[in-house]
Design a protein around this ligand. Structure first.
Ligand SMILES: C[S@@+](CC[C@H](N)C(=O)[O-])C[C@H]1O[C@@H](n2cnc3c(N)ncnc32)[C@H](O)[C@@H]1O
Length: 271
């Protein structure tokens, strides 16, 4: 497992909440269209601070169950707190990188991940693991970024600059921040039938976009400086420019295009 780029636990919680404000409704629509419903068993990998976990657990209800996996104990601690506050009891957390996960085969109706594969050096291997975890005829659903075509209206070059920085950072770590584009072809290597693949691109107001990027740059500041990618002064300047983005009436931001690709697993001759 490679070193995770962002902060975890309480230091990441606000950014992930803001991200969920932008993507949550689209992610929920994706899973409901795939048939997520009461009584199902779902495994969510890279659950983070539990925003989707909470919602999935509510959808499957008391007769259903959710297993939520994350490599970070700090993320899981925040997620557990969120679930306790919502009095949700049908979730089991496992702290493990997906690469080291030991779990019996074919247990789940749905195996899901969102914004996980971009952080993995071998996303293909994770997909292979998800295939093993779901029942025959179960669903694998991935909601993953392409880090492409962010758009601001009126156009503001700072968003393009930040996106370019983000892509460069991924390349330095040999991570594919555009994994959303490869997702369909990776899934096609599994023994599955693909279900209604699509891209979505949430539109939010400029205030939410500013908040998201401010939190993200601030969180990655130490790593960016440590790795000599930017000086602290350059990053402070970037943060000041984010804060200065005018929030004109009618202005909006479209987050990078997100791939929502799912498939249903087929029976293997040898199973
Ligand atoms: C960008 S966050 C997304 C969190 C959540 N899926 C969401 O959409 O709010 C990525 C999460 O993946 C977790 N992660 C990174 N590498 C992982 C790995 N190898 N195995 C499991 N989880 C991992 C991180 O700890 C982090 O919580």
């Amino acid at each position: 497992m490679s070193k995770y780029l962002l902060k975890v636990g309480q230091q990441a919680a606000k950014r992930l909440d803001v991200m969920n404000q932008a993507f949550g409704a689209h992610s929920q629509h994706f899973l409901l269209n795939l048939g997520l419903s009461r009584g199902m068993s779902v495994i969510e990998v890279g659950c983070g601070t539990g925003n989707m976990t909470t919602w999935i657990a509510q959808q499957v209800g008391r007769k259903g169950k959710v297993v939520a996996i994350d490599a970070s104990a700090e993320q899981i601690a925040v997620a557990e707190e969120k679930l306790a506050q919502a009095k949700i009891k049908n979730v089991e957390f496992i702290c493990s990188p997906i690469e080291e996960l030991v779990f019996p085969k074919h247990q789940f109706d749905i195996a899901h991940c969102r914004f996980l594969l971009m952080h993995l050096p071998h996303p293909e291997y994770a997909l292979f693991t998800l295939e093993r975890l779901v029942k025959i005829g179960g669903i694998i659903s991935c909601d993953e970024t392409t880090s492409d075509v962010p758009y601001s209206y009126p156009h503001n070059p700072i968003f393009d600059e930040i996106n370019e920085l983000h892509l460069q950072f991924g390349k330095r770590r040999a991570l594919d921040f555009q994994v959303g584009y490869r997702l369909l072809s990776i899934m096609q290597t599994l023994n599955v039938d693909i279900l209604n693949p699509r891209f979505v691109q949430p539109i939010v107001d400029l205030a939410l976009a500013k908040q998201y990027y401010y939190l993200g740059i601030n969180e990655s500041k130490d790593t960016l400086v440590e790795e000599g990618i930017f000086s602290a002064a350059e990053l402070d300047d970037m943060l000041a420019r984010i804060q200065a983005i005018p929030e004109s009436a009618g202005g909006y931001f479209a987050f990078p295009r997100q791939a929502q690709i799912a498939c249903v697993t087929r029976k293997r001759e040898t199973q």
